[in-house]
Design a protein around this ligand. Structure first.
Ligand SMILES: C[S@@+](CC[C@H](N)C(=O)[O-])C[C@H]1O[C@@H](n2cnc3c(N)ncnc32)[C@H](O)[C@@H]1O
Length: 252
C-alpha cells in the first residue's frame, strides 16, 4: 500500500491536471468557435456591402459577358425539372427569362439592393417568384424543402462555399439536384497561379473570387457530382450538376 502511495498521488495530480486541461480546452474551443463565427459574419457583411455598392451598376457591367452567359443560362434552366426549385443568389434576376413555366420558384439573395432590382424585373416580366432575403450559409428553410437548387455565378462570392453547399444539401430532397454555372480556378498551372495572385484585387473590385475550386467544393459538401461541363475559356467557365445522396440520371 505504502509502496503504491507515490503512484496514487501522481495519478491524482495527473487527474487534476487532466481536469484543468479539459476545462481549459473547452474554454479555448468555445472561444475559437466564437472567433470563427465572428470572422464569418464579418466576411459575409463585407460581401453584402460590396454587392450593395455594385447593385446599381451590375446590369451595365454585365452587358458584354451576358452575350455569352445568356445561352448558358438557357441551357442550364432547360434541364431544371422541379417542381419546387430554389434559386440562390438571384442577383438582379438575370435568370428569370429562362425560368421554366411549370416550376415553383423561391429565389433568395444576401443583398437588398440586388433583390430590389430582381423584384422590379419580376414585375416587368410578369413572373411569379417568391423573392426573399437570405444567406445560403444559414438558410431558414426546413430540411428537404426543394427538389432542385440552382445558382449562377454565386459560389465565387459566398464567403464559406462549403457551408453554403452543405446548407443546400440539407434543404434539397434526397435524390434532388444542384445545378451551377460558375467561373473557377484554371486547371493550367500558370494561369491558376496568376488567378491566385490577382484574387484579392478581383474580390475588391467585383466581389467575386477568381480562384475557387467549385467542383471540388461540391464534392466535399456531400453532393455527388454527375456532370462537370466546360463552357468556355478552357474550362474556367463550368456547368456543374450534382445529386443529393443517391444517384439519379439527369439529361444534359
Ligand atoms: C455575381 S452575382 C450573380 C447574380 C445572378 N445569379 C446572376 O447570374 O447574374 C452574385 C450574387 O450572389 C449573392 N450572394 C453572395 N453571397 C451570398 C450568400 N451568402 N447568400 C445568398 N446570396 C449571396 C450576391 O448578393 C449577388 O447578388
Amino acid at each position: 500500500m505504502l509502496n503504491s502511495l507515490p503512484a496514487m498521488v501522481e495519478n491524482h495530480r495527473f487527474r487534476i491536471q487532466l481536469g484543468q486541461n479539459k476545462w481549459d480546452l473547452n474554454r479555448e474551443h468555445r472561444s475559437a468557435k466564437k472567433k470563427c463565427a465572428m470572422t464569418e459574419m464579418k466576411r459575409t457583411s463585407k460581401t453584402q456591402a460590396r454587392y450593395e455598392r455594385i447593385a446599381p451598376l451590375y446590369d451595365v457591367m454585365e452587358i458584354l459577358p451576358e452575350r455569352r452567359y445568356s445561352s448558358w443560362r438557357r441551357h442550364l434552366w432547360s434541364i431544371v425539372q422541379g417542381p419546387k426549385v430554389m434559386e440562390v443568389g438571384v442577383g438582379t434576376g438575370k435568370n428569370m427569362p429562362f425560368y421554366p413555366d411549370d416550376v415553383e420558384i423561391t429565389a433568395i439573395d444576401l443583398t437588398p439592393g440586388m433583390l430590389k432590382r430582381a423584384r422590379q424585373r419580376a414585375v416587368v416580366l410578369d413572373i411569379g417568384v417568391d423573392l426573399q432575403i437570405g444567406d445560403v450559409q444559414a438558410l431558414e428553410f426546413p430540411d428537404n424543402s426543394f427538389d432542385e437548387c440552382v445558382a449562377t455565378f454565386v459560389f465565387c462570392s459566398v464567403p464559406d462555399p462549403i457551408l453554403g453547399l452543405r446548407e443546400l444539401a440539407r434543404v434539397t430532397k434526397p435524390g434532388g439536384h444542384l445545378l451551377l454555372l460558375d467561373h473557377v480556378r484554371s486547371g493550367n498551372e500558370i494561369a491558376g497561379f496568376v488567378m491566385d495572385v490577382m484574387n484579392p484585387l478581383a474580390v475588391r473590385v467585383t466581389g467575386a473570387n477568381i480562384n475557387r475550386q467549385t467542383a471540388e467544393n461540391v464534392r466535399q459538401s456531400g453532393w455527388q457530382l454527375e456532370l462537370e461541363k466546360n463552357m468556355g475559356m478552357k474550362g474556367v467557365f463550368k456547368m456543374l450538376v450534382a445529386t443529393n445522396g443517391t444517384s439519379l440520371p439527369i439529361s444534359s
